[in-house]
Design a protein around this ligand. Structure first.
Ligand code: F6R
Length: 368
C-alpha cells in the first residue's frame, strides 16, 4: 500500500507529479477556454466580485499566500489571506461583492468551517478548494474546486499542498478570463506552463538522493531557518512547518527582506539557512535575495540555496546548491517546496521519528 516506500509521507511526495497532472485534467474546453466544472458561480456573479478573502489553516494557508500573488497579478482584484482561526474575531468587512475562498485539504477543519459559516451570514459567496469529496466545507459552500491528490494519509500535507496550488492558479486564471484582465493567449500560455509542471516536479524528485544526503548530515542540527521572497516566502514558511511537524526541530521561515529588521540576530556560525532564490527574469527580486544570502553567510551561516538551473550568480555565496527546473516565479512554489518536503522527511526519519503519525498532531483538526 506504500508502493515500496517506507512511509506514506514519502509515497505521497513521490505521487506529486501524478497528483498535479490529475488536478489539471479536463480543465480546458475544446475551444481552449478554461472551464471549472464545479464552479457554480456564474460569470456575472464573478464579475461583480471586487475583493477576495482567502481563509485557511496551516499548509493550506501557505497555499493561500501563493494564491494572493497569482490572483492579484493576473486578475487585478485585491486579495486578503487570513488564518481561519482569526477571521471571525476581527469583524471582517464582508458583503455580496466579496468572494471568500476556503482552502482545506480535509474539508473538515473546524476553524475554517466556522469561518465560512460566518462569511455566509454576511451574504458573501464562498468557494471551497478541497481534496475530499462530499466533506463538510464544500457541502456548505456555494462553489467548489476539487483537487485530485487522492487520499492523503501522512499527517503532514504534501501532495495536498501542490494540488491546492494548482487549484489556486486555475481559479486565478478563470477569474482573469471572466473579468477580461488577461487575454486568451496569455491564459493558454500559463496553462501550457502548468501542464509542464508534472515533469518538472519529477525532475526534482529524481534528484532526491542529494537532498537526502544533505538531510542526514544535519541530524545534529537544533535549528534551521528558511528564507524566501515573493511566492518563495510562503514556501519558506511551509519548509519550516514541515520540519517542526515531523522532525520536531526549531525552524522558522522569513521573508528575506525582513531579516535585517530583526531575525538576522538569530544567525550564528554553522546555522543552516535554506534559501529559495527567485528565478532569473525577476532580477530585482533575485538580487535582493542574493544580498540577503550574503548577509547571513557573512555571519557564518551555512547557506543551502535552491536555485534555477543555469543560474550561476549564487556561486560564491552558496555552501550547497540544489537545482530547480526553470519556471516562472509565480509557479516556482510547485518545484521549490519539493526539496524542502524531502529534506524534512529524510531528516525526521534519520532521527527515528514516525513521520506519518507525528506526536501531538491529527490529520484533521475538528475542534476550534
Ligand atoms: C501541515 C498540516 C496542517 C494542515 C491544516 C489545515 O502539514 O497538515 O497544517 O494543513 O491543519 O488542514 P486542512 O487543509 O485539512 O483544512
Amino acid at each position: 500500500e506504500k508502493d515500496g516506500h517506507d512511509w506514506f509521507m514519502r509515497k505521497e511526495i513521490f505521487e506529486q507529479p501524478r497528483a498535479v497532472a490529475d488536478s489539471l485534467l479536463g480543465r480546458r474546453s475544446r475551444t481552449g477556454r478554461l472551464q471549472l466544472d464545479e464552479m457554480r458561480l456564474s460569470d456575472d456573479e464573478l464579475r461583480d466580485i471586487d475583493k477576495i478573502i482567502i481563509i485557511a489553516a496551516g499548509t493550506s494557508f501557505y497555499a493561500g499566500m501563493v494564491a494572493k500573488y497569482a490572483i492579484e497579478h493576473w486578475c487585478r482584484v485585491p486579495v486578503e489571506v487570513e488564518l481561519s482561526s482569526e477571521f471571525r474575531y476581527r469583524d471582517p468587512i464582508l458583503d455580496y461583492s466579496t468572494l471568500v475562498v476556503a482552502i482545506s485539504q480535509s474539508g473538515e477543519t473546524a476553524d475554517t468551517l466556522q469561518a465560512i459559516r460566518h462569511a455566509r451570514t454576511q451574504r458573501s459567496k464562498v468557494l471551497a478548494i478541497c481534496n475530499t469529496n462530499g466533506s463538510t466545507i464544500p457541502r456548505e459552500s456555494d462553489a467548489v474546486i476539487y483537487t485530485h491528490a487522492g487520499p492523503e494519509i501522512g499527517v503532514a500535507s504534501t501532495k495536498g499542498f501542490l494540488t491546492q496550488l494548482v487549484a489556486c492558479y486555475l481559479l486565478a486564471l478563470y477569474v482573469a478570463q471572466v473579468k477580461g484582465t488577461r487575454y486568451g493567449d496569455e491564459i493558454a500560455e500559463v496553462m501550457h506552463q502548468l501542464e509542464a509542471m508534472p515533469d518538472h516536479v519529477q525532475t526534482v524528485l529524481d534528484g532526491a538522493d542529494a537532498v537526502y544526503q544533505l538531510a542526514r548530515a544535519h541530524t545534529g542540527t537544533r535549528s534551521v531557518l528558511f528564507l524566501g521572497r515573493h511566492a518563495g516566502y510562503p514556501v519558506a514558511l511551509e519548509g519550516a512547518l514541515k520540519l517542526k511537524e515531523i522532525a520536531y526541530l526549531h525552524a522558522e521561515g522569513f521573508a528575506a527582506g525582513e531579516l535585517k529588521h530583526g531575525p538576522i540576530a538569530l544567525v550564528e556560525p554553522g546555522l543552516p539557512v535554506l534559501c529559495v532564490v527567485p528565478p532569473r527574469g525577476r532580477d530585482q527580486l533575485r538580487e535582493k535575495m542574493l544580498s540577503g544570502i550574503q548577509e547571513v553567510r557573512a555571519r557564518g551561516a551555512q547557506t543551502i540555496c535552491l536555485v534555477e538551473e543555469g543560474d550561476d550568480s549564487i556561486g560564491p555565496y552558496a555552501d550547497v546548491v540544489i537545482r530547480l527546473p526553470s519556471v516562472p516565479v509565480l509557479l516556482q512554489p510547485l518545484v521549490s517546496v519539493v526539496p524542502l518536503q524531502l529534506f524534512a522527511c529524510e531528516l525526521a526519519t534519520a532521527l527515528g521519528h514516525d513521520v506519518d503519525q507525528p506526536r501531538n498532531l491529527a490529520k484533521s483538526v475538528t475542534v476550534e
